[in-house]
Write a protein that binds this ligand. Structure first.
Ligand code: NAD
Length: 368
């Protein structure tokens, strides 16, 4: 069989290797039971790479990632590397990977599974059925803008400053990602900025409006980012795709993910130019407090792999089956400790991976 594509797996640290074992099991099952075959390579990142190569992302590892269609990452970091130099800390490996692959679009879905509706801190009627996607610009804006720094003023005060900057092309390329994604979803894009007080926000709004001419089939609305923060709590189901800059996206995507109430369930994708490798990773960190105890929820990483199938391997069919399978095993009451509820059965990481495969077998048979 022709290979579906090249996948690089970087398990990382803490619970990373544990949850990634479950993804490898799933890939093995898919290869044995579906029309899919991957060229998989595995390597180290983060603390594991510091221990092996002396740096959090080795040059050879980066080269492998560049040549791949998709990179699936677990998580990096842990207390054992807290004292290493700032430049080679585990997180520096992840930041370097994102930068080198020029991943300018960060996709964070916030989906509330029916079975977990009570895990949200919001009322069930507000979040039931929620399915929104935040598209955050990841390589520009105030986190990277120049000039930046801290300076001493003649009056003895100190002054800290950063620069928010966006160009037409930066706005258009993230806007296109949002419009294209909306076309495959609910057909709505809400663009968020602070055009009322920031010139960069005014430009953002104008350029999104110009770009919209290429996407007349999509409904475009504009919202100030502070209002969006409120609307996400008041009536989150009004949104389909939200597109916003790096700073507002950082905040709004964290807020939106917490509407779901379960860190162990949240996938993410970061995409670059068409044809370039995408990076897929769970939103959670390396969870050193539970590492090695078989308590980690592997679903965020499994759902990140599903996003890779959809966005890098053009296999939305299998991605949808995996998402449905996760939904139905939760409905049957199978839970890892982080999403445990009354009347459910607590199972360890490996059993959750097995349960996903069992459900997938049923889901795929029903769809055939
Ligand atoms: P964390 O996400 O690792 O953990 C926060 C809490 O959520 C912990 O109680 C943890 O047990 C729980 N949790 C997280 N993922 C879970 C899962 N899959 N299943 C069950 N429970 C889960 O965040 P933290 O504790 O702030 O950070 C721990 C380490 O991870 C730090 O070194 C931090 O720098 C790193 N980190 C890495 C990433 C990344 O690799 N993208 C992201 C965030 C934090």
């Amino acid at each position: 069989m022709n290979k579906t594509g090249k996948l690089v797996i970087l398990p990382g640290d803490g619970i990373g290797p544990e949850v990634m074992t479950e993804v490898r099991k799933l890939i093995g099952w898919l290869e044995d039971n579906g029309d899919i075959a991957f060229d998989v390579q595995e390597d180290c990142i983060g603390g594991a790479a510091i221990d092996k190569y002396g740096v959090p992302l080795g040059d050879e590892t980066l080269e492998k990632c560049r040549k791949a269609d998709a990179v699936l990452l677990g998580a990096v970091g842990g207390p054992q590397w807290d004292k290493v130099d700032y430049d080679i800390r585990p997180e520096a490996g992840l930041l370097k990977l994102r930068k080198e692959l020029d991943l300018f679009a960060n996709l964070r879905p916030a989906i509330v599974f029916d079975a977990l509706v009570d895990a949200s801190t919001l009322k069930p009627e507000i979040v039931k059925g929620l399915d929104i996607l935040i598209v955050r610009e990841l390589t520009g804006g105030v986190y990277f803008g120049e000039p930046r720094g801290i300076e001493d003023l003649p009056n003895g005060e100190r002054r800290g400053f950063n620069t928010q900057t966006y160009t037409t092309s930066e706005i258009h390329r993230i806007g296109r990602v949002a419009f294209e994604l909306a076309r495959k979803r609910g057909g709505k894009v809400c663009s968020c900025e602070k055009a009322n007080v920031m010139e960069s926000g005014k430009l953002w709004r104008e350029e999104m409006t110009t770009l919209h001419k290429d996407y007349a089939d999509i409904e475009l609305s504009h919202m100030y980012a502070d209002n969006c923060a409120m609307q996400l709590l008041r009536d989150p189901k009004q949104f389909d795709v939200i597109v916003t800059d790096n700073l507002f996206g950082d905040i709004l995507s964290d807020e939106a993910s917490m509407l779901t109430g379960s860190l162990g369930m949240l996938p993410s994708a970061s995409l670059g130019a068409p044809g370039a490798p995408g990076l897929y990773e769970p939103v959670h960190g390396s969870a050193p407090d539970i590492a090695g105890q078989g308590k980690a929820n592997p679903l965020a990483t499994i759902l990140s792999f599903a996003m890779a199938l959809r966005y890098s391997f053009d296999r939305s069919d299998i991605a949808t089956h995996i998402e449905k399978s996760a939904q139905s095993l939760l409905t049957k009451g199978l839970r890892t400790a982080d999403v445990m509820a009354d009347g459910c059965r607590e199972i360890p990481t490996t059993a959750m991976g097995d349960a996903l495969i069992n459900e997938l077998q049923i889901t795929m048979k029903e769809a055939a």
